[in-house]
Design a protein around this ligand. Sequence first.
Ligand code: NAI
Length: 335
Amino acid sequence: MNIAFFDTKDYDKTSFDLANQDHQYNIHYFADRLDEESAYLAKGHDAVCCFVNDRLSKETLKKLASYGVKLVAMRCAGFNNVDIAAADRLGITVVNVPRYSPEGVAEHTLALILSLNRKIHKAFHRTKDYNFSLKGLMGFNMRDKVVGVIGMGAIGRNVARLLKAFGCEVLAYDVFPDKSLESDLGIQFASLADIWAKSDIITLHCPLTAETRHIISADSIGQMKAGVMIINTSRGGLVDTAALIDGIRARKIGSVGLDVYEEETEYFFQDFTDEILDDEVLLELLALPNVLVTSHQAFFTREALEQISKTTLANISEYIREEPFTFRVTERKGA
Ligand code: NAI
């Protein structure tokens, strides 16, 4: 099977070459993102392998079908960038990797919380500059702090487990609350109103849906404690970024950790060191001293990449064994 691999980074090639050591698949790696323009690169391939920023619109898929591509193997959980209905009509199968390393994402969430609290991002630059002053670096003990965890799926429950180890009180919200977690983890389910009112830290782990879009809004921020820390390692659209910046400017929000951003597609995963960024909102976020941004790296662990490459190739071999099947993406619970 010939596979055209789009939006390739060095680490993708390393992990997929390792998973394909027996050369069962003929993988051609392209740095280009897949879209209507670059689709011609898929000529002569049976499958394409894509990631979160490839654009598999109806037009792109039509081109792929005309080149004889039969399979889209997403090497990520999300498939919001694939026109699934069009793929179905064109007889193209779409597969994905429903879950990889929720522990890794949870650990990155804790890394953001602890860095913001103890100002590690500032201390790093200071000491590099031989500035050993502690001015402005004071944090707080995590013990007994109230943390609101929104979305108690694979990642949320790992975050809650880690927070409990720090002695935090965890208030959780989920549309499908698994009550057994209360005794298993020592947490409590609560209403969103309670979470807004009582939490010192609020962390988002629910999917982006019509219901959760801008769950962090001017209204919810208005109900929060002064000095609240907000963390988003889930999806950018959960946060109304303009309202978030207003909340920071009003000194209502104490600190913010973002691994995702509403308009990240244009920038994340790429190096703009020598460029001038046009996104004024992103520039403002980056300029604020109490905002820490990482570029969608929460998933980025050795273990996750290994799981992604193995599952993607397993999906492809399942397709070869069972062909033809059509829509085969695995929906997330509640997504
Ligand atoms: P999951 O499907 O295991 O859990 C999601 C939970 O959210 C479920 O318990 C579901 O019931 C709940 N939920 C659904 N609608 C809700 C609502 N309206 N309000 C509150 N809770 C709601 O998903 P998982 O694996 O825990 O992933 C969570 C999020 O993390 C996903 O949105 C995913 O996009 C994001 N993610 C981010 C990564 C990164 O690198 N930054 C990597 C992997 C996932």
